[in-house]
Design a protein around this ligand. Sequence first.
Ligand SMILES: Cc1cc2nc3c(=O)[nH]c(=O)nc-3n(C[C@H](O)[C@H](O)[C@H](O)COP(=O)(O)O)c2cc1C
Length: 360
Amino acid sequence: MRDDGEKTSQRKIEHIMIAKRDDIDLSARSSWFEHVRLVHNPLPDASFEDVDLSFEFLGYDLSAPLMIEGMTGGHEAATPINRALAGAASDAGVAIGVGSQRAALSDESLRETYSVVREAASNVPVIANLGISHIIGEDGPDNAKRAVEMIDADALAVHLNPLQEIIQPEGWVNFSGSLTAIGDVVRELDVPVIVKEVGSGISREAASILTEMGVGIIDVAGQGGTSWSLIEGERSPEGSVRREASRRFADWGIPTPLAIMEVSSLDVLVIGSGGVRSGLDAAKCLALGARMAGAARPFFVRAVEEGEDGVKDELNKFIFEMRLATFLTGSLTVDQLRLTKKYLLTGPLKILADERHIFI
Ligand SMILES: Cc1cc2nc3c(=O)[nH]c(=O)nc-3n(C[C@H](O)[C@H](O)[C@H](O)COP(=O)(O)O)c2cc1C
């Protein structure tokens, strides 16, 4: 949406309060990762210590191909959350994004709620963030440049969120000009543009159009985790049109494992996210074809409840499980895990993959 900074800031604090609630996370019911099985190798001919998850991303050497997805900023309550997330990302050697920087484009006093991320994480990639609606129109390229400069970012993530915007009471519903805007920003920025969703996924068809516009990194942010339909629906009165639609469309979208398979059939770096709740889920993303995995809510909840130590603990658990799953499939590197495709699909995911003509 495009409104003034004060309203945006108020919305940010409401999002923080609602996103903490477990009932907006679809993964408690199904993240779809339960329909992906990695094939066990009982005969590893190497030491567990030899597993090497290191990965180069945006010119940085990461300890694992993992990202804390863009979440917050734009309200003073976001500063300690962002500082905790960034401190832990820096310590673990993984990438980190900030939340939509719209609020700080119109209110300079909010810049620090985002720039705290770069200050606490100088050794890892930091990703700027704007919604598609903020780059449409003649100010678009300038907004994009200002967002990148604000946090000295290594890339800009542009989020696509039509479901969220339409359920949002004050949402922006005119997406005309999206493609031109993405093309313009790709051309005018000095850093790469990542296009992401926020929990409804990106299809092969959409990804194909994006790659034609010059986008080289796609973060699928598929269905199966945080539901922005439910979060925005909570902000409308019970019984209202938007509240009821938000529940009907709670699990709308492309399940993350399917989106990864679809988009990784193209020549583009894929980040698998949306409902990734463990290092095992992250390893499944890589086996399905993603080059990196990302998660938002698991790190958000630990940051809000326990601060930086909680996020560090969560990242440690993620990375240990990623290493374990890599080793147990008979791989020692992330490339081996991805290229050997040691996975099986079951249940509804298998049916969807067949329907979408994905051949393993
Ligand atoms: C509290 C919170 C705030 C978020 N804010 C943004 C945002 O400003 N921009 C964005 O691109 N995505 C935002 N997201 C979406 C995440 O980046 C991610 O795509 C989505 O939550 C799915 O991942 P998850 O299931 O691991 O939470 C937010 C997510 C959470 C939990």
